[in-house]
Write a protein that binds this ligand. Sequence first.
Ligand code: I24
Ligand code: DGL
Length: 268
Amino acid sequence: MDNRPIGFLDSGVGGLTVVREVFKQLPNETVLFIGDSARAPYGPRPKSQIIEFTKQLVNFLLKQDIKMLVIACNTATAAALDILKEELMIPVIGVILPGSRAAIKATQNGHISVIGTAVTIESHRYTQAIQAKDSQILVSELACPRFAPLVESGGYHTPVAKKIVAESLRPLKFTKQDVLILGCTHYPLLRSIIQNVMGDNITLIDSGIETVAELSVLLDYFNMSASQSTPKDHRFYTTASVKLFGEIAMDWMNQKSLSIEHVELKDL
Ligand code: I24
Ligand code: DGL
């Protein structure tokens, strides 16, 4: 048993798609989350800068005695996971390997496609992860830089959203994948539109859902699961507005109140 919190970091609020899965799959666990909305999005930034920012977020979480760390952001995972694994003493996982494993499990024709931010796609991390396990699998990668801003505009249910999604995914009409990995924290919000555009024969993989399933396995493997009875004191930190963070987080996770505090960038 280990009742210490699990640390989660993200470039902003997208990582809450992962946290929502923690509340669902691991309700005994305590969440300590930091989102760097002041400097989001990370997607278009240089890799070196993403590494620098991610390390600052990690240091903030480490000061609060977390038992495990989840990089709940595809972009930060692509840029910084390898370095963090070398440097940290606690178990750390990203969102790319779990999504890759689930896609390998789901594909029947051996052709997987991945969508994500520019940094995630240009890192080729998903392709490497998949082909390290099975070099026969064909992986097609496509950056969708318009998707995260679309979700953040709030208009992700609208006909305009459908048009943007259909246009962006057009290259995948010519590839023969039977599995598509949603390689960005924001994309689960576009899931039904993406499914609609791609058709019912494509299996969509939500990296966040898969990551929490693996987190659950790791907690058991290391004998680190939290006990049932302890009161949960989830804590959320944002580098931008507490009010805006709270509105999105409470809506998305269907919570009446959450403990949210502001962190100054200079204190990271
Ligand atoms: N969704 C996201 N980011 C935003 C947003 C959104 N605004 C509306 N919705 N803004 O990401 C980013 C910039 N902000 C963040 C907070 O601090 C200040 C700057 C996706 C979130 C995924 C959980 C739409 C929206 C919403 C409620 C729930 C879900 C959602 F308003 F997508
Ligand atoms: N959280 C990021 C990801 O999963 C998306 C938003 C950003 O670009 O910062 O890739």
